[in-house]
Design a protein. Structure first.
Length: 594
């Protein structure tokens, strides 16, 4: 009886402290990195022999609940930051580090806590010191500095947040930032920076846009005072036209969005585009100023998406945005479609057909062609009217039975189709003038000496492959295999001059999807970065193009920019894969004609 009372007493003691301070670890959490909810104060500790790689904070909690993550483990763990205020996909939890998070009920996020630093009041320049895992420099009216300077060097990946609640403006020293944007700190602003050792620069990871109503500006924004300015249109806050400023700091951005019931026009003045820039309800445009071009580059724009069956009199409506996409299918088919009667230079229409029957495509300038099953075509408006802006390259997909044995036949085929989609996506992102169309699928192991490299040699003369290629009129062949080849994820003939005989490439199952866009790039004449050819890839520490490190869905071009960080994805007259693609793709598309 006494023992029973003692157990009850201990249980009550544990329950009583659960909401005061609870300590857990992977070993006491069923070997799970999902940190449980329901605790006001919780410590989650990692150590050698008591470690897990991936950690997740609770999806929901009570306002002001706190979780502290401590590590003495020799291995790093990685915290999913999707429901935190940290602008990374994951946070590395290294040895001898500690992070505390407080749940904000209004934002439904975990906010990093405990590292706030206030500058000495009224100094001309405050130098940030890395004295904690993630310093959060905060300005207040009575703890304010005219300028904040980040350190000249730091550990690779080091994060710093700079925010302001001060009445007076401040600024961030731009000398060691990636670009010299307008880093002016106003009340309510928040900038996150990450140090990149390879570049020896601080990189903007998250910038809170500075929001202004268009009615306070009139029809022109005369001065940019933030890295990202968001100009808002709404009912009662509307003008019929808007012009971007003539100049700004390098890589400043302007977002223009609207919830107004009435459309407005963004003027092409000072931009790199002559396309239609109508601002309609729920639409959004983003521009980035590039100082050495002296222009605002259109980075993103709304797309009008239409179904063929909804087009009255087979007429695609006049352009109101830079791009219109039209989907055609068996249940959504029309025998003929007419391109818009009114458009501006640079406007594009993209058509995709899944229909079993051809659709005729016409335009008032005399263009007359057809779109076939499983084909995507792009048209661009020029001074002479609508012209084709893409060539269709038909491809035979060959899958090794070894891949089907590992994945299953359906999964193997779907993997190839996904690779095809990623290739088309990279081409379209890059304004490269081609789409591939899958015209055949062959389950067959191309003979080799166990190496994937052998496949692209023997496949050129293999009777089974070439007979099927001729039967389906395929311009190219792509092979998905399980052959061991530690030297590469794939292989492809580099056809600087288009070669029907060498139009074959191959990818290894052991690598991720996305290999096809790289190997097919070789077939179109492209080479790796540092190859001293115009068609080489572009490599960069923050992300490389398809023929560089293949981490970005773009082929290199000096006309393209990283969507987040803003650096150019090519070099004028030196690195421009798209120019070589656009020269070779129309030739390749004519290899096999049905």
């Amino acid at each position: 009886m006494k023992n029973k009372k003692l157990v009850i007493a201990l249980s009550l003691c544990l329950v009583g402290t659960a909401f005061a301070s609870t300590i857990l670890s992977p070993n006491t959490n069923n070997q799970s990195g999902q940190i449980p909810s329901g605790y006001t104060e919780l410590e989650f500790n990692l150590a050698n022999g008591n470690w897990i790689k991936n950690l997740y904070l609770p999806k929901t909690a009570k306002n002001n609940d706190r979780i502290t993550i401590n590590s003495t483990a020799g291995y790093s763990a990685y915290l999913d930051t999707s429901n935190t205020d940290i602008p990374l996909e994951s946070l590395e939890i290294k040895n001898n580090t500690s992070y505390q998070f407080v749940f904000n009920g209004a934002q439904q996020k975990w906010l990093l806590s405990g590292n706030i630093v206030y500058p000495t009041h009224n100094v001309a320049n405050y130098n940030v010191s890395i004295t904690s895992a993630i310093p959060k420099i905060t300005l207040k009216t009575d703890q304010w500095a005219q300028q904040i300077s980040l350190p000249d060097a730091a550990t690779d990946g080091q994060l710093v947040q700079i925010s302001s609640d001060a009445d007076k403006e401040s600024s961030v020293n731009r000398s060691n930032l990636l670009f010299t944007s307008s880093y002016i700190l106003k009340k309510g602003d928040s900038f996150w920076f990450k140090y990149n050792k390879a570049l020896n620069r601080w990189i903007p990871e998250q910038i809170k846009p500075y929001q202004v109503n268009v009615s306070s500006l009139g029809t022109t924004l005369t001065q940019v005072k933030a890295p990202i300015t968001e100009v808002v249109f709404s009912n009662g806050n509307w003008v019929n036209g808007f012009t971007l400023p003539q100049k700004a700091s390098d890589r400043d951005r302007i977002i223009v969005r609207s919830s107004a019931d009435w459309a407005a026009n963004i003027q092409n003045t000072n931009t790199n585009t002559q396309a239609t820039l109508k601002l309609k309800k729920d639409s959004r445009y983003e521009f980035m100023y590039v100082a050495d071009r002296g222009q605002w580059i259109l980075m993103s724009a709304p797309v009008l998406r239409l179904q063929a069956k909804d087009l009255t009199n087979q007429q695609i409506p006049n352009m109101e945005q830079p791009t219109t996409r039209v989907q055609i299918a068996n249940s959504n088919w029309q025998s003929s479609l007419n391109l818009p009667l009114t458009a501006k230079i640079g406007d594009k229409v993209i058509l995709n057909s899944l229909a079993a029957w051809n659709t005729k495509i016409t335009a008032k300038n005399g263009l007359n062609t057809v779109i076939k099953k499983d084909e995507t075509q792009r048209y661009i408006y020029t001074a002479t009217g609508w012209v084709a802006d893409s060539a269709t390259i038909d491809i035979l997909l060959v899958n090794s039975p070894e891949v089907s044995q590992k994945l299953g036949a359906s999964a193997a085929k779907l993997r190839l189709l996904e690779d095809s989609d990623l290739t088309n996506n990279a081409a379209e992102n890059s304004n490269a003038q081609f789409y591939i169309r899958n015209v055949g699928y062959l389950e067959y192991k191309i003979p080799s000496q166990t190496r994937l490299l052998d496949v692209i040699s023997t496949g050129r003369t293999d009777t089974t492959v070439q007979n099927e290629r001729n039967r389906v009129f395929a311009d190219a062949v792509y092979y998905q295999g399980a052959e061991s080849d530690p030297a590469a994820c794939g292989w492809g003939w580099v056809n600087i001059t288009p070669s029907e005989f060498n139009m074959i490439s191959a990818g290894n199952l052991s690598c991720n999807v996305g290999v096809m866009r790289h190997e097919f790039g070789h077939n179109l004449g492209l080479n790796h970065n540092n190859s001293n050819t115009i068609g080489q890839g572009f490599e960069h520490p923050l992300g490389s193009t398809v023929m560089g490190g293949n981490s970005l869905p773009y082929y290199s071009s000096p006309s393209l920019y990283h969507p987040k960080y803003g650096y150019r994805l090519g070099v004028d007259n030196e690195i421009d894969a798209v120019s070589l693609i656009n020269k070779n793709a129309p030739i390749v598309a004519q290899f096999k004609q049905s």
